[in-house]
Design a protein around this ligand. Structure first.
Ligand code: FAD
Length: 365
């Protein structure tokens, strides 16, 4: 019934905004507009989502919100990899290596939960096992093997947008300088009762939010055509504590992502060629089948890339706040884990929108 309809504007069309819009759109009472500066298909330094690997490597600390969001996401990604092949998500055999000497580095801290041999996620991931000492490559102190997923973001983001459109969501371009500008951008021409703020790192400067606990975690990648058919990562590098090494083959011809780094506070949008060389060298060392036995020279490069992870001091902010009489549900600050926590975060958004309505959303005007 029209009188029960609720206008919602979702600000942001990254993986967090689109997943939130998708889950909200399952409620037939909600009329949803997604408004964003950047859309699937765009590649921009202000838009983190296309640059991600993206895989499911759980890193949330026990009892944290991030852990809850990650726990509530894997089953959804597994379902997509099993039954929704057009989403561009596939299973990958995975190896996670640990070197004790990396302990305390930025990368080892980031991967702390991932590196454990008895992690909280061991029953969540198919085929989890600890490698025996005889299976460990030289220099590796411990390792686990499991099956995870890798997402081809170039297929998955448009797929998410398509699922939203199928459910009646209207997607449009727009740029807001204040979060409440979104109230007037609903496609109906009426005002939105609730704003869902999924602007990622831009919430640092967005009027009405200006969350100064956000900062960029710069990631540089090389995308290659080589297909190693395995996903591998390691606790650190000998090239610096904020550099990382990971290899992840995307589904459906999306190429293989060679990474990387986690450079905190760095905004540089252009790839550093020296870092690119180090990344390629380390990845070939870790997975010698890359480059077809010819080392770095044998790699077939598609492109170099840089993305800024929306890092936040206390982890993702998923909470509601009344700003000048309008409920805003915030969902931003997903660092290097926006895909692997996307469904868990979006489920929380649905819950918070429901609570906000019970507590009296902005009157429809
Ligand atoms: P974004 O994708 O940045 O989207 C923000 C949206 O808000 C955009 O549409 C933007 O246009 C819009 N917006 C912002 N401000 C405004 C405004 N004022 N007005 C209108 N619109 C606005 N995560 C994983 O889970 N697994 C991985 O393997 C992984 N690998 C990664 C590798 C790299 C190199 C990088 C950089 C990131 C990786 N991530 C990974 C992290 C993941 O990419 C991010 O957590 C995720 O993309 C964040 O999504 P988001 O929707 O919050 O933000």
């Amino acid at each position: 019934m029209a009188s029960q309809e609720v206008n919602i504007t979702v600000l942001g069309a990254g993986v967090v905004g689109l997943t939130s819009a998708l889950l909200l759109s399952r409620n037939p009472k909600y009329r949803i507009t997604v408004v964003a500066k950047h859309m699937p298909g765009d590649y921009d330094i202000e838009y983190a989502s296309p640059w991600a690997g993206a895989n499911y490597f759980p890193v949330g600390k026990p009892e944290s919100n991030l852990q809850k969001f990650e726990k509530n996401t894997f089953a959804e990604l597994k379902e997509l990899a099993t039954n929704v092949l057009e989403a561009g998500v596939h299973f990958q055999d995975t190896l996670m290596y640990n070197r004790n000497k990396d302990f305390g580095s930025d990368t080892a801290d980031w991967f702390a939960e991932l590196l454990k041999t008895d992690p909280w996620w061991k029953d969540l991931m198919p085929n989890f096992r600890v490698l025996s000492t005889s299976e460990l490559p030289p220099g590796i102190d411990s390792a686990t093997a499991f099956t995870s997923v890798c997402i081809n973001t170039a297929i998955y983001l448009p797929w998410l947008a398509g699922q939203c459109l199928k459910n009646g969501v209207i997607i449009r371009r727009g740029i807001t300088s204040h979060v409440l500008d979104a109230v007037s951008l609903h496609h109906t021409g009426s005002k939105a009762s609730i704003i869902v703020n999924c602007t990622g790192l831009s919430s640092l400067k967005l009027g009405g939010v200006m969350d100064n606990t956000l900062y960029p975690g710069r990631g540089q990648i090389v995308v290659v055509r080589d297909e190693p058919n395995v996903m591998v990562s390691i606790s650190g590098t000998d090239d610096g504590g904020d550099e990382a090494t990971y290899v992840m083959q995307r589904a459906a011809g999306g190429g293989t992502i060679l990474g990387g780094c986690l450079q905190k506070g760095k905004w540089e949008s252009q790839p550093d060629p020296n870092l690119a060389m180090r990344i390629m060298r380390r990845c070939v060392e870790l997975v010698p089948s890359l480059g077809g036995g010819k080392g770095v020279d044998g790699l077939s490069i598609i492109r170099h890339g840089v993305g800024l992870r929306p890092m936040r001091k206390d982890g993702p902010r998923v909470e509601k706040e009344k700003i000048e009489g309008t409920w805003v549900v915030h969902c931003y600050g997903h660092g290097g884990y926006g895909y692997q926590s996307s469904y868990g975060s979006a489920k929380e958004v649905v819950k918070l929108v429901g609570e906000a309505l019970e507590q009296g959303g902005r009157a429809k005007l």
